[in-house]
Write a new protein. Structure first.
Length: 478
């Protein structure tokens, strides 16, 4: 009997963790809804909160948790089946899946290895050198790519994957801490920071400018870039060193790596046909991601176009597509979280939250009010799987609350603008690039959240202290 129980626990659910999640979810479900919230909204919040706890406790795989959440929402009548499945057609979800599959093309053709060897030949004497090389690449791409998912997951991630392969760093054989865990976690955080540095670095930034304009606050591309330059560069310089000590790679010095990489590049010889196709597809994607928006071509459409080219040319086969289990696992749990978050917003949860914040800051001076608002805005992102949804739900209300408290409008808007991107670094579902990096299994969910919180504190300190002082020097507030 004991053996059967152990077998069930091993092959199925972790009974202890599952019981905890069920008890927590039931307790929330049967609590009276707070004043101002409907019973349906409160029940959906109970399902959402239980799902987040389950993703951390892991009584079941993440995809299975997502399926249970959808079933619960539908069976209880909290959502209709159509509503529960609405986000499976989301463009951002399909962009994430496409990024996984495009990365497979880099690895299969050998182009990823070639790029990795080049990085190693130039910067490979130390792991920290590779980290700064990739960070610089992310920074240079950011102004031209309005999709942080396309930039981080479609370009940077395949290079990291190739580097990990060449240094035999893989969670499959227990060697993820050699190099992969450090680079994966670092470059995701870098992706979040570069998103905050340019108006065109991620989709929600132009939305923020549009919302700020309603308060007669005009922020041009140049204004944003200049304001973010000093705190952003400080952040990018500190991050590789910070994570190097918080989550160190076991491979630190690789003095022979550049010589080894040059030999490997010679052995690879000239580009193969498959590599040329992959390189051409990459150039097409980069062009569409930068300029496609002007012609109505979204980042997701561009990614699917690139993927189609790889399938038509035989660079990737359909077997390659269906075998990429990380892509399809991420597709299920990410779509579920986006759906739950969006429906909570539609049902008024975030409006209710904003109204309560206004009551909280009435008695505070403007400086205390700004600190409170920024912290609240930042860490409320634990409940969002989309930066755009977060901005839409909270930004307008919090700007009004802060200005009413006497805060300098430009200071308040800039702080909220940059934290709109920075806050995505705290979870594994905070923005589109997150599930791609997390889905590689190089970093446990416990370490992802732990490191995300520590980095978030450092990021906030840099941008609130260095940023505020820099903006005062620029004359943006007084």
């Amino acid at each position: 009997m004991n053996d059967q129980v152990k077998k069930f626990t091993w092959q199925g659910a972790d009974i202890k963790s599952l019981s905890f999640v069920l008890i927590l979810g039931s307790s929330l479900w049967f609590c009276p809804a707070p004043e101002g919230l409907s019973v349906k909204t409160w029940h959906l919040f109970a399902i959402f909160f239980s799902t987040i706890v389950a993703l951390i406790a892991k009584p079941l795989p993440m995809g299975a948790v997502a399926i249970l959440s959808i079933a619960t929402a539908t069976l209880t009548g909290t959502l209709t089946l159509k509503q529960s499945l609405s986000s499976f057609s989301s463009g951002i979800v399909w962009l994430i899946v496409s990024a996984f599959l495009l990365a497979r093309g880099f690895i299969k053709t050998g182009l990823g290895s070639r790029i990795a060897y080049y990085f190693v030949s130039v910067l490979g004497k130390k792991t920290i050198g590779l980290a700064y090389g990739l960070t610089t690449t992310e920074f240079l791409l950011a102004p031209f790519m309005p999709s942080n998912t396309a930039r981080g997951a479609g370009i940077i991630y395949p290079i990291i994957s190739s580097l990990n392969k060449e240094f035999d760093s893989s969670p499959d054989n227990g060697t993820e801490r050699k190099m992969g865990s450090y680079l994966i976690k670092l470059l995701y955080q870098v992706n979040v920071v570069t998103s905050a540095m340019f108006l065109t670095a991620t989709a929600p930034n132009p939305l923020i400018c549009g919302l700020a304009q309603k308060h007669d606050i005009i922020i041009t591309w140049g204004d944003w870039a200049l304001a973010a330059l000093v705190p952003g560069l400080c952040n990018l310089i500190i991050l590789p060193i910070l994570l190097y000590y918080l989550y160190p790679p076991t491979i630190k010095n690789t003095p022979d790596a550049p010589k080894f990489a040059k030999i490997k590049l010679q052995q690879l010889g000239p580009l193969k046909v498959e590599e040329c196709i992959m390189l051409g597809t990459f150039a097409l994607l980069l062009t569409l991601w930068i300029f496609g928006g002007k012609y109505g071509i979204s980042a997701t459409t561009a990614a699917l176009t690139g993927l189609s080219v790889l399938l038509l040319t035989g660079v990737l086969s359909w077997e390659d597509i269906i075998k990429e289990k990380n892509a399809w696992n991420t597709f299920i749990w990410m779509a579920t979280l986006i759906m739950l978050s969006a429906k909570l917003t539609e049902l008024g949860m975030m409006t209710w939250f904003g109204n309560n914040v206004q009551d909280m800051v009435k008695s505070l001076d403007w400086m205390s009010a700004v600190v409170f608002i920024v912290l609240l805005y930042f860490y409320s992102h634990y409940f969002f799987a989309s930066m755009t949804a977060h901005v839409t739900s909270f930004f307008p209300a919090l700007v009004v609350v802060g200005i009413a408290a006497g805060a300098p409008p430009m200071l308040l808007v800039l702080l909220l603008a940059v934290t709109s991107s920075l806050c995505a670094g705290i979870t594994h579902y905070g923005t589109g690039s997150a599930p791609v990096f997390f889905g590689t299994n190089y970093v446990s969910i416990k370490d992802w959240w732990r490191l995300g919180f520590i980095v978030s504190v450092v990021n906030l300190l840099i941008w609130t202290i260095v940023g505020s002082l820099w903006w005062r020097v620029l004359g943006l507030w007084s």
